[in-house]
Design a protein around this ligand. Structure first.
Ligand code: AMP
Length: 182
């Protein structure tokens, strides 16, 4: 499972709690975590929680970000790549679904790029589900805006429907594993 999230921890302590809970549940469900390989912010929190619960964690980080985001040294595997584009390509290829925890511009960019790969069929023969895992209504306006993109005739319902919304890590994992299609 690929997780996108902030390289900061955010202003609400519930963001960290949610990241910790997601990392733990991933490991408990025997699902490997793929993420951006940093030790800072929610990225570090989700990885630490998954490792602490005995999970498999693969980080993918560009060499030039190793210092700024402080590459995580205690993962199952840390893959260092040349560029941001290679990082995303590698993360997407390693995962069958995506979960976005609260995050900033990078998180938004990754969520939307991975979403655009569904209609473009760049993820392979099958589309890959994505889900916004929320607390404190951080993602709520974006979920509403995505409905607007459909209502305005720019996004087909089937592609919008592949971007789920959940407030519970288990529900997010079920959606991103493709077992809940709404
Ligand atoms: P942020 O949500 O902005 O804290 O960033 C989360 C992750 O996305 C970090 O690992 C950033 O390095 C990464 N990131 C930031 N900008 C981009 C971008 N344009 N493309 C891909 N990843 C990015």
């Amino acid at each position: 499972m690929c997780v996108f999230c902030g390289s900061a921890s955010g202003a609400d302590p519930r963001f960290e709690d949610l990241a910790r809970e997601l990392g733990t549940r991933l490991a408990e469900q025997g699902l490997g975590l793929v993420y951006g390989g940093a030790s800072v912010g929610l990225m570090g929190t989700v990885a630490d929680a998954a490792m602490a619960a005995g999970g498999e964690v693969i980080g993918v980080i560009p060499g030039n970000l190793m210092e700024r985001e402080i590459g995580h040294e205690r993962l199952t595997e840390l893959i260092v790549v040349d560029t941001m584009h290679r990082r995303k390509e590698r993360m997407y290829a390693l995962a069958s679904g995506f979960i976005a925890l609260p995050g900033g511009l990078g998180t938004l960019e990754e969520l939307f790029e991975a979403a655009t790969w569904n209609p473009l069929r760049l993820h392979g023969s099958d589309p890959k589900p994505l889900v916004m895992l929320d607390v404190g209504d951080y993602w709520r306006p974006l979920a509403q805006f995505l409905d607007q993109t459909v209502a305005s005739g720019f996004v087909k319902p089937r592609w919008r429907d592949l971007i789920g919304y959940a407030t519970d890590p288990d529900a997010a994992l079920a959606f991103a594993a493709g077992s809940v299609i709404h």
